[in-house]
Structure formats: structure tokens, C-alpha cells
Design a protein around this ligand. Structure first.
Ligand code: NDP
Length: 280
């Protein structure tokens, strides 16, 4: 096991703060297993954890960070506001509850989980997040699952550009147009389901590149993200995979290998269409 953390680059956000380019995601990690998985990630060297109110495991994330003995400021913590908490007052209350569950007095990054256009409250919700940032309880603020039109609307209404947009992104759905818009606006692209929930690991092109480098298919996909300048947050509850996914900073894909992975684009989503999704 490595405890080498310096290997993970930090990317600068548009508010001057920095985010580790590799983090650890805990979607679908059962609450009772979360502290153990996060502890293993921290001892492997991960210094960024991605949770959400909807995952019901914020308490386990906070517990593992406290147990690690690491200074709070050494770990970058992201959580998200769920769909049922849109609206100004609801957002402020939801944020307070997330802090309580985590057991912290601030988070590093607070995201609106989905835009929920059918409720049409995401502009108001974004304004609440700008207040939370102003009082320092979220060091940075951003969004998740926003498309170009949602982003344009919140920027136009508030003048505040999200630091990050966390979206479904993997070789089958490389989100080229959205990434272009992000880079024009100075928004970092964060990839959720970076491994397409393991569905792209058997692709012959990926296996061939992996064999050439003596790496696993998952390492090759994560390396593709890193070279695209995405922030990535792979999830695993398997200690050996948690370690494997961390070892991606000591090899490089060639331009041809990057292109071979780009060709796996089918436009196929794993998750719902952000324009339609309204689960409360
Ligand atoms: P991932 O693409 O990270 O894939 C996770 C799956 O891949 C798990 O089944 C895991 O298995 C398996 N896996 C992980 N590493 C390896 C490996 N090295 N070799 C083989 N299999 C591997 O999918 P997620 O959907 O979990 O996305 C990652 C994170 O993104 C989430 O945890 C969450 O933080 C975030 N997310 C955000 C969303 C949003 O709306 N903002 C939506 C979905 C995810 P096992 O655990 O059994 O080892």
C-alpha cells in the first residue's frame, strides 16, 4: 500500500482554491460500510471524498476522516444538495443538516446534485449556495448534472460561475460539447461514473492498451480522464481496487491511445437525462 499523496495533482478552481484531481466516490456504499471504505482510501493516499445527502453515508465519511487523525484541512470533502431541498430556505436547512451529519463546520465543495428543471428552483437554490460560500461554510460551490442552458441561466442570474460541474462522463459519454463550454467559462469538469460502473473495462481497445502498459483496464480509463484534465472520483469497496485506482500517475497514454479510447463514444448514458430527472 502506498501513502504517497504528492503524486495526485491539484487543479485550480475559478475561485482560487484547489481540488485533488483524483478523489474517492461513495455512491452506493452502504452507510454501515462507509467509514471502513473511506478509511482505506485515506490510508492509501486519497485526500478527496465525494458524498451526498442522498447517499445517506455522510456520517461515515466524517467518522473516517476524524479517525484518520489527518488535519481536517488536508482532506477535500464534497457533498451535495438533494432534489427535495431546492429553494432558498430549504437549501440553507439542507446544508446545515449535511454539516451536522459530517460533523464538520465547513465543506470544501457543495454541489446542487441535479437541476430538476420541472421544479424550476435551481436559480434560487444557486443563490442560496452563493450565500453559504460567502459565510465560509462551503469553501467552494458548484453544480452537478447541469447542461449548458442550466449553466448559462445561473451565471446570467447571479454572475457567479460554478467552480465545478460534476457530470456523467466516461469513454461511452465523453461530453465533448459540455467540456468545451466548461473550459471557456473556467469551470472544472468532474466525471461521475468515470469507469462507466465497470461496463467499459472489457472493451478490446482498453484491454489491449492495458496489456501494453502492464496496467489494469480501470487504470487505463482513469488515466484517460486525467490526461483530459477531468477530476475523477472512482468508487470501490474492494481494498485492492481502491489501491489500484490510485496508481495512475506513473504512466502516460500516447495520443493514439487517447484517440482509441475516444472512439468508444456511443453517447450511451448510465444515469438519467438531467433535463428529465426529478426524483425527490
Ligand atoms: P464508477 O464508474 O466509479 O464504478 C464503480 C464500479 O466499478 C463498482 O461496481 C466497483 O466495484 C467497480 N470498480 C471500481 N474500481 C474497479 C477496478 N479497478 N476494477 C474493476 N472494477 C472496479 O461508478 P460510480 O457510479 O460509483 O461513480 C463514482 C462516483 O461518482 C460515485 O461514487 C459518486 O461519488 C459519484 N456519482 C455522482 C453522481 C451525481 O449525480 N453527481 C451519480 C453517480 C455517481 P466494487 O465497489 O465492488 O469494487
Amino acid at each position: 500500500m502506498t501513502t504517497e499523496t504528492s503524486a495526485v495533482p491539484y487543479l485550480e478552481m475559478n475561485d482560487g482554491r484547489r481540488i485533488p484531481q483524483l478523489g474517492f466516490g461513495v455512491f452506493q456504499v452502504p452507510p454501515e460500510d462507509t467509514a471502513e471504505a473511506v478509511s482505506h482510501a485515506l490510508s492509501t493516499g486519497y485526500r478527496s471524498i465525494d458524498t451526498a445527502a442522498a447517499y445517506r453515508n455522510e456520517a461515515g465519511v466524517g467518522e473516517a476522516i476524524r479517525r484518520s487523525g489527518l488535519p481536517r484541512e488536508d482532506v477535500f470533502v464534497t457533498t451535495k444538495l438533494w432534489n427535495s431541498s431546492h429553494g432558498h430556505e430549504s437549501a440553507l436547512r439542507a446544508f446545515g443538516r449535511s454539516l451536522e451529519r459530517l460533523g464538520f463546520d465547513y465543506v470544501d465543495l457543495y454541489l446542487i446534485h441535479w437541476p430538476v428543471p420541472s421544479r424550476d428552483l435551481y436559480v434560487e437554490t444557486w443563490k442560496a449556495l452563493t450565500e453559504i460560500k460567502a459565510d465560509g461554510r462551503a469553501r467552494s460551490i458548484g453544480v452537478s448534472n447541469f447542461n449548458v442552458s442550466h449553466l448559462e441561466r445561473i451565471i446570467e442570474a447571479t454572475g457567479v460561475v460554478p467552480a465545478v460541474n460534476q457530470v456523467e462522463l466516461h469513454p461511452r459519454l465523453p461530453q465533448a460539447e459540455l467540456r468545451r463550454f466548461h473550459s471557456e467559462q473556467g469551470i472544472l469538469t468532474e466525471a461521475w461514473s468515470p469507469l462507466a460502473q465497470a461496463q467499459v473495462l472489457d472493451e478490446p481497445a482498453v484491454r489491449e492498451i492495458a496489456e501494453r502498459h502492464g496496467r489494469s483496464p480501470a487504470q487505463v480509463i482513469l488515466r484517460w480522464h486525467i490526461q483530459l484534465r477531468n477530476v475523477v472520483i472512482p468508487k470501490s469497496v474492494t481494498p485492492a481496487r481502491i489501491e489500484e485506482n490510485f496508481r495512475i500517475f506513473d504512466f502516460e497514454l500516447t495520443t493514439d491511445e487517447m484517440r482509441a479510447i475516444d472512439r468508444l463514444d456511443t453517447g450511451q448514458r448510465i444515469g438519467p437525462d438531467p433535463d428529465q430527472f426529478s426524483l425527490a
